[in-house]
Design a protein around this ligand. Structure first.
Ligand SMILES: Cc1cc2nc3c(=O)[nH]c(=O)nc-3n(C[C@H](O)[C@H](O)[C@H](O)COP(=O)(O)OP(=O)(O)OC[C@H]3O[C@@H](n4cnc5c(N)ncnc54)[C@H](O)[C@@H]3O)c2cc1C
Length: 396
């Protein structure tokens, strides 16, 4: 099912269908051949996870959400979230899956012209076209309405982009970047946001990597945009879509963040339970002590709740329901909180070993912690729920 599929009744598949089960098994099988060790080696070498991406792409798993008519798997966000969850369970979360098929793919499906869909979606579905996503700016941050990157049409009708972006993931592994800019009006003021596809090596674009504690192969970049010129065919959604064009990619982004958090949290929890069953210091497993078993049991409850909320968000999104916004935000919130709790408790259960590199939990920590900040912070989700779900006044 695609983002433009006709509205149908949303169904949460509590027991995976045969199709989903086979998908999960296949992705898990590939990811387990690489595993967390591969991700760490790639991070240490400063290289993107190309081999794993290519192995997934070859089987079509990088575009399972995209419509079948463009070469995708036709499984909607339910399918892509399952892929990300299985990858995270194996310690191999892919940031580009969040930005390329989920954000860029969904925006193109919802807003692209037929020509743009035919040009971009088959490559996205094959995973050979990889589109990073650039909205965040140093002085706008969470407030995307306040971005200052500008786009103006020159005498030839081409768009010229100027500005700066920061914390942009995976540019070194991308072929293109979806850049959000605001239209510069004749009087120099800035109008509606516009969305452009730009070549990663376009003239006028330079980048600088940001040193991060995060131990992931994908790097984070500041982009300096100084006169990138693109034709009108690279403008997605026209000049009137405004923030709506951008927002068409944000629910899929939240769903993918939730799915990654559920998988990573579950991974940490499984490791913690196994350790607590085996480690003995008082003549019986440390998991016997309720000081450890109860927090782990609570983690299990929280991760399962987050998983069901993520399934609900997927079901609503794939059925084309407006309520997908609330569910996607809630899933992202619940999963991020549960994931941090699971990783933190797993570290606690491991005692000193929790901080040793050998056990892999320190590698997971900043990734888990990141989910409370990006792609949307916990505070902005709570703002959304307060305003839209509870009808409380907007505070900002
Ligand atoms: C590893 C990583 C990868 C990223 N990848 C990308 C990417 O690929 N593309 C991209 O465009 N961006 C990306 N980002 C940026 C990310 O989306 C932002 O960091 C995030 O949206 C928060 O913005 P900020 O860092 O500027 O924080 P700020 O906006 O400065 O916020 C700081 C704090 O203030 C709180 N706050 C702000 N406003 C309010 C309010 N109204 N009410 C209550 N609290 C508020 C926030 O919740 C936060 O806790 C990435 C960031 C990181 C760290």
């Amino acid at each position: 099912m695609s983002a433009t599929a006709e509205r149908s009744e949303p169904v949460i598949q509590l027991v995976p269908s045969d199709e989903e089960r086979l998908l999960r098994e296949a992705v898990s099988g590939i990811a387990s051949c690489y595993g967390a060790k591969y991700m760490r080696e790639k991070a240490d070498a400063g290289e993107p996870p190309t081999e794993l991406w290519d192995a997934l792409a070859e089987k079509g798993y990088c575009g399972v959400n995209l419509p079948e008519e463009f070469g995708g798997g036709g499984l909607g966000m339910t399918g892509l979230a399952a892929v990300q969850e299985e990858l995270a369970l194996q310690g191999t979360t892919q940031l580009l899956l969040v930005v390329s098929p989920a954000i860029a793919g969904s925006i193109l499906v919802a807003r692209g012209s037929r020509e743009q869909q035919e040009e971009w979606l088959p490559g996205l579905a094959r995973g050979t076209t990889r589109i990073a996503f650039a909205v965040t700016e140093p002085d706008a941050g969470t407030n995307t309405h306040n971005i200052k990157t500008r786009a103006k049409q020159n005498a030839e009708g081409n768009w010229v982009l100027k500005g700066q972006k920061t914390y942009i993931s995976g540019v070194e592994h991308a072929t293109h970047i979806l850049i959000v800019a605001r239209q510069e009006l004749d009087d120099g003021t800035l109008g509606l946001p516009l969305v452009f596809i730009v070549d990663v090596d376009a003239a006028g674009l330079t980048r600088e990597s940001i040193p991060m504690a995060l131990r992931l192969p994908d790097k984070q970049w500041t982009l300096y945009i100084d006169g990138i010129e693109v034709g009108d065919e690279r403008l997605v959604g026209g000049t009137t879509g405004g923030i709506g064009t951008l927002f068409d990619g944000l629910n899929p982004e939240r769903i993918m963040a939730a799915a990654g958090s559920v998988g990573a949290g579950d991974r940490a929890l499984r490791q913690a339970a196994e350790y607590a069953r085996e480690r003995e210091v008082w003549g019986k497993p440390i998991g016997t002590h309720q000081g450890l078993s109860h927090p782990l049991a609570k983690c299990k409850v929280d991760i399962e709740l987050a998983r069901v909320m993520t399934q609900k968000a997927c079901a609503l999104y794939d059925a084309g329901f407006k309520g997908a916004g609330e569910a996607s935000n809630m899933a992202k919130y619940a999963a991020a909180e549960a994931c941090v709790e699971c990783v933190d408790q797993a570290i606690q259960v491991h005692g000193g070993n929790g901080i040793a590199l050998e056990y892999g939990l320190t590698d997971m920590w900043w990734g888990a912690r990141l989910n409370k900040i990006a792609p949307v912070s916990r505070e902005m989700i709570l703002n959304y729920v307060a305003e839209h779900s509870l009808g409380l006044p907007k505070s900002y």
